[in-house]
Design a protein around this ligand. Structure first.
Ligand code: IVH
Length: 700
């Protein structure tokens, strides 16, 4: 069969071919993995995979949900189809005490500019299960999915259909034509005990706690197995909707109940901080008797219009928070203190413990944070220690049972050199980010093998380059053999492998298919969005959100690197421009300067860029009246707060600056505006009142 070269494919042809390849490869996978009866040679299979990867690399926008490149390494029979959530499934920020709750309410008040106005909230038990999304069209359940990473989950429709708590058809009336209902799948205590007892009697796998049991039961390939598990459901939120159906969270919960969903009976509507804390106290008191696990209380701003105005920061909404119950504790023996080196060289002591069950989970490791913490608590090897676990947080050592200390023990001597082969000196660094913290850091930077490995791990991780098939084990082994030393090497791996006599496929644990899959996965990421590229670099303080801000701010990799070079070279104007981006502060500027000023870092980035096609960031909204404009707010605003005005302007594609310069396009001046207004008038910049600004953005 003659094939059109990938470079000559039109978009439509590419889409058609990707569909065909997905089906063809799925059929081959089925025969290979499930029937053990492949009908093509490995070489032919690999050629199909490579062509698929090449087309995807040229047309990244056409990558299919069921693309063969997404199934790398795993037998497809063991995975669910990916489901992209139309509205991301967010997670929640945590509050641990009353002060955190007060802060939460204060932040909301400030953001909305509410002064003394009472704020209504719902307070809902935080069910300790796993969240699920249920899409209803014309009242019929058409798709059910897990949360996944919040953006993409797994299609578990058949499994969710087996839950009797989940209506197949919505009851009552008034539901939107299309509505995605969200809630928690969980298993109650009694049912969990019975299920484990039965499993034990049958010699089958038992689960550590109801949450694991719920997750394991929902993600069964065979829905008939799920059907036999005692899964329950509570609805508490929604995603995509074709029409609004309530004005408040409390009203929404009532509607969900009308339509046939179980809604937690302990969810209440209350006013202000005291109301929230009262519900918390009540639930903490009754917690053991509820019959299912809850790990805290979720507070949500009741008014949905306010929820909308508050929006989200990164992956958490501003309008909700989880007030967690105190952590569970247990005592055990500290066997050893290991020193681990993180991506940025921080030395973290890790406690190796005699295994102990804390809150239903077996704990073997706990963090000890840093040298000072060990000294302050005088934690010694051999001590009986108190271990604590709260939710998803890494277990911690809270203290030592001194009366149980074995005779002759010595205080722990924190190493003064990095445990890496370089044995580099360790510096003590004091940072003041809120509370003062001390970090021992290996000064070897990317010369330290531990940091290099951590850096590579970060680079291939899900939120960065997302290269499947390059897990920790593979990375470490390729690193130790000198095949992978830095990110750029990943993209030359296949080419080098063709020339090497000892092929990757001949290495232990590898095989022709898995290596081909790995190469295809790498190829598929050769084209990468700018934000992921920036995040993947692993510069300190540049998390996902900051990387996105930088990507949008600079647009292209060329502009980004030029700006970073300028900042590193001490160019003030470049630093000011960086500082002007939303949420970029001193810490990022310092980190950027030190990262890009290091010639070996810069060279590493250069080698990487040469391997990639970095896709420009989506230009900020360009179809609004203020898109691309630089706006300065000054003086008092009356209809919205400064934070809100800024967030809105940025949503509409404007850049918000702190000071007025020649680059400013619009100054929005409220009562009390002073020098900025004066400068604006002098420079002949357009000045608007708040009212005029709102008309402008509304019209846009
Ligand atoms: S609301 C943006 N309400 O907690 C709001 N979540 O830590 C997102 N959860 O992923 C969730 N009970 O799995 C909400 N009443 C409740 C909840 C609840 C349990 C879980 C849920 C979510 C996690 C966030």
């Amino acid at each position: 069969m003659t094939q059109t070269p990938v470079a000559q494919l039109s978009q439509a042809e590419a889409a058609e071919e990707l569909a065909r390849l997905a089906a063809e490869l799925a059929a081959h996978d089925e025969r290979y993995y499930r029937q053990d009866a492949p009908t093509v040679s490995d070489a032919d299979y690999d050629a199909l995979k490579r062509r698929n990867a090449a087309i995807e690399a040229r047309f990244p926008e056409l990558v299919r949900g069921d693309s063969p490149s997404r199934r790398v390494g795993a037998a497809p029979s063991e995975s669910f189809a990916p489901v992209e959530h139309g509205v991301p499934m967010l997670s929640l920020d945590n509050a641990f005490d009353a002060a955190d709750v007060e802060d939460f309410v204060r932040r909301i008040r400030r953001f909305l500019g509410l002064d003394e106005t009472p704020i209504a909230f719902t307070a809902e038990p935080k069910i300790d299960g796993l969240s699920a999304s249920l899409l209803y069209e014309d009242g019929r359940l058409v798709r059910g999915a897990t949360r996944g990473d919040g953006r993409v989950g797994e299609d578990v429709t058949a499994n969710l259909l087996t839950l009797s708590d989940i209506p197949r058809r919505l009851a009552g009336t008034g539901w939107p034509d299309r509505i995605e209902v969200r809630g928690e799948v969980y298993i109650a205590h009694e049912a969990f005990a019975a299920m484990n007892a039965a499993a034990e009697a049958a010699g089958e796998k038992t689960y550590a706690n109801p949450r694991n049991a719920a997750a394991g039961s929902l993600r069964q390939i065979d829905a008939a197995v799920t059907a036999r598990r005692p899964l329950r459901f509570f609805a508490y939120a929604w995603g995509e909707i074709s029409a609004s159906f309530a004005e408040t969270q409390a009203e929404a919960l009532a509607r969900l109940a009308d339509w046939g969903f179980p809604v937690n009976p302990r969810s209440l509507r209350v006013i202000d901080v005291q109301g929230l804390l009262d519900v918390y106290a009540g639930l903490e008191r009754d917690r053991a008797g509820l019959g299912y696990d809850i790990d805290g209380v979720v507070y949500k701003v009741d008014r949905l219009d306010w929820q909308g105005r508050l929006g989200a920061v990164g992956r958490v909404p501003r309008w909700a928070i989880a007030h967690k119950f105190p952590a569970e504790q247990a005592t055990t023996t500290l066997l050893e203190i290991d020193i681990q080196v993180g991506r940025t060289g921080a030395l973290t002591p890790v406690a190796k413990l005699a295994p102990v069950t804390v809150g239903g989970v077996v704990v073997r490791n706990a963090t000890l944070h840093n040298a000072d913490e060990i000294a302050r608590k005088d934690v010694r090897v051999g001590d009986t220690v108190i271990v604590q676990r709260a939710g998803d947080v890494i277990p911690q050592i809270v203290g030592v049972v001194e009366t149980d200390r074995p005779p002759g023990s010595e205080p722990f001597a924190f190493p003064t050199v990095c445990p890496c082969a370089l044995r580099t000196a360790v510096t003590r660094e004091t940072t003041t980010g809120g509370a003062e913290t001390v970090v021992q850091r290996c000064t070897g930077e990317l010369a330290c093998p531990f940091q290099k490995i951590e850096h590579l791990k970060h680079f291939v991780s899900r939120r960065a380059f997302d290269i499947e098939g390059l897990g920790e084990k593979q990375l470490v082994s390729l690193f130790e053999d000198g095949l992978l030393r830095e990110p750029a090497d990943i993209f030359t791996l296949a080419a080098r492998d063709r020339q090497n006599l000892k092929k990757l496929k001949d290495r232990e644990g590898a095989g022709e298919t898995s290596v081909a899959n790995l190469f295809a996965a790498i190829e598929a990421r050769r084209t990468i969005p700018l934000a992921r590229f920036i995040f993947g670099l692993g510069v300190r303080h540049i998390g996902e959100t900051t990387a996105q801000t930088l990507a949008r701010g600079y647009g292209s990799v060329t502009a980004f690197l030029a700006a970073m070079d300028a900042v590193a070279a001490g160019d003030e104007a470049a630093a000011v421009e960086l500082d002007a981006l939303d949420q970029i502060g001193e810490a990022v500027i310092v980190a950027v300067r030190s990262f890009f000023a290091e010639s070996h870092n810069r060279a590493m980035v250069q080698r990487l860029v040469e391997q990639l096609t970095v896709v420009d960031a989506e230009a900020p909204k360009s179809d609004t009246a203020v898109a691309g404009k630089t706006v300065v707010f000054t003086g008092a605003l009356e209809r919205m707060t400064r934070d809100e005005a800024k967030a809105q302007a940025e949503r509409l594609g404007a850049k918000v600056a702190a000071s007025v310069s020649k680059k400013t396009d619009i100054v929005v001046a409220g009562p009390g505006a002073g020098s900025k207004l004066k400068t604006a008038t002098e420079l002949g910049i357009q000045v608007l009142t708040e009212e005029e600004w709102l008309q402008l953005v509304d019209a846009g």
